[in-house]
Ligand binder design. Structure first.
Ligand code: ARG
Length: 457
């Protein structure tokens, strides 16, 4: 059934129908569509625009459709253009005349704007739950590894020693910011477009505040033309999802490196690894690689909607139907990645011994050796040069700074004394970094406590 057949004399061409239809994908938000319709008709009845009796029939019918779709007893039939047409046609088929009153004072333009908002809002809640789960898994690792030393890197070259808790803490910050970003998106979008009609509102005495309240919005949107054509919240959500995907991708990249035969910092659980069809020895980090790879899809969705929206004159234009498929895909992709990633890092084992051994090599204590000289009155620039010479000396002999005898130290600078060994030991290098945000135990414990509290927000 067509909602708009009246002024047409020809049947719609099949190819046109196929090109135009959105039911094949907007069926994904049938729950939101029905929820919106129930709120709309509840308001219509309260305003005396439809009778109580019709309202009850309509709500009864809509609830049946909801339930039957949920239980898979009703299926979407192709002849309908979109989810809105499908539900309305089905309602009329079911309850007759009363069903024809549902669309009073409403257009599919404000209806779809509402559905998409409700869908995004519901999904934000779900995504937030998953990010929170990931934060929990990261925090657990932080709590267990506040004294597990590892090298910190810049340029993927060993730089200074840190702890595993500290390294994980960086990801805690990233994903925590992601949660706040999701919260911001929700706050800004939480105004109800229903009642804006096609573009210019309606002559019926609708109570938009009431519908907004029924649907859990802060209030109604304030401009009907903007309301039916605003997809900023989709862009903001996809931007937030792109950032989550980017964070997951960076983390995946590190896990892939750490899991490599050369690093061996971590061992992925068998359940989160895959084998090779030809090389029997292989245990590949496919999940991490896929998470890294899927980032491209999520960015793609963001680029797509930004491009779609850039040339649209006010108010609604059909281009906007293109907001759905990629958004749905990006949401599902990120949810899938978050769930798998959380499982992967929760089951992964850290090789403390390998990490600590690695932190000892590669002169991660060179800065501390220079700081030792500075603490004994040598200007930093000179200290830097002296330690540079020591490093060169050690590289030529394949040894670490702490392997040198005191005589060898003194040969380069007489300032060195016996206590240099203590000053450049791995433990001291980490422990001396006590300012908030640094890896030293005391600072780290404080941050872990704050992270715990953030989990309760
Ligand atoms: N399927 C359409 C969409 O997603 C619904 C709105 C249709 N409105 C219209 N005037 N054709 O955008």
């Amino acid at each position: 059934m067509k909602l708009w057949g009246g002024r047409f004399t020809k049947e719609e061409n099949q190819l046109v129908h196929n090109f135009n239809e959105s039911l094949s994908f907007d069926q994904k938000f049938y729950r939101q569509d029905i929820r919106g319709s129930i709120a709309h008709v509840t308001m219509l009845a309260r305003q005396g625009i439809v009778s109580e009796e019709d309202k009850d029939k309509i709500i009864g019918g809509l609830e049946e459709i909801f339930k039957e779709l949920d239980e898979g007893r009703l299926s979407f039939t192709k002849e309908h253009e979109d989810i809105h047409s499908f539900v309305e046609a089905n309602l009329i088929e079911r309850i007759g005349e009363a069903g024809k009153r549902l669309h009073t004072g409403r257009s599919r333009n404000d209806q779809v704007a509402l559905d998409m908002k409700l869908y995004c809002r519901d999904e934000i809640e779900e995504i937030d739950r998953l990010v929170k789960g990931l934060l929990g898994a990261i925090l657990k690792i932080m709590e267990e590894h506040a004294d597990t030393c590892m090298p910190g890197f810049t340029h993927l070259q060993k730089a200074q020693p840190v702890t595993l808790a500290h390294h994980m803490g960086a990801y805690f910050e990233m994903f925590y910011r992601d949660r706040t970003r999701l919260y911001d998106v929700r706050e800004r979008m939480n105004y109800c477009p229903l009642g804006c009609g096609a573009l210019a509102g309606t002559t019926y005495p609708l109570d938009r505040e009431y519908t907004a309240e029924l649907l859990g919005f802060y209030g109604p949107t304030l401009n009907s033309m903007d309301s039916v054509s605003d997809r900023d919240y989709v862009i903001e959500l996809l931007s937030a999802l792109s950032t989550i995907a980017m964070h997951l991708s960076r983390f995946s990249e590190e896990i892939i490196i750490w899991n490599s035969n050369e690093y061996r910092f971590v061992e992925l659980d068998d359940a989160y690894s895959t084998g090779s069809s030809i090389m029997p020895q292989k245990k590949n980090p496919d999940i991490a690689e896929l998470v890294r790879g899927k980032t491209g899809r999520v960015y793609g969705a963001l680029m797509s909607i930004l491009t779609t929206m850039k040339g649209i004159p006010l108010a609604y234009d059909k281009d906007m139907q293109e907001d759905k498929e990629l958004t749905f895909d990006a949401i599902d992709t990120v949810k899938g990645c978050l769930a798998l990633f959380t499982g992967m890092i929760s089951t992964m084992t850290f090789r403390k011994d390998v990490m600590e051994e690695s932190a000892k090599n590669g002169f991660t204590n060179a800065t501390d050796a220079a700081d030792y000289l500075v603490n004994h009155g040598v200007p930093f620039r000179d200290a830097h040069g002296i330690v540079g010479q020591l490093v060169l000396y050690c590289i030529e002999r394949d040894m670490a700074l702490e392997d040198m005898t005191l005589e060898e130290f003194k040969a380069v600078s007489p300032v060195f004394e016996e206590d240099v060994y203590e000053a450049i030991s791995l433990k001291t290098c980490v422990e001396k970094r006590v300012t908030i945000g640094a890896p030293g135990q005391a600072a780290m414990r404080q941050v872990i406590e704050l992270c715990r509290r953030r989990m309760e927000e």
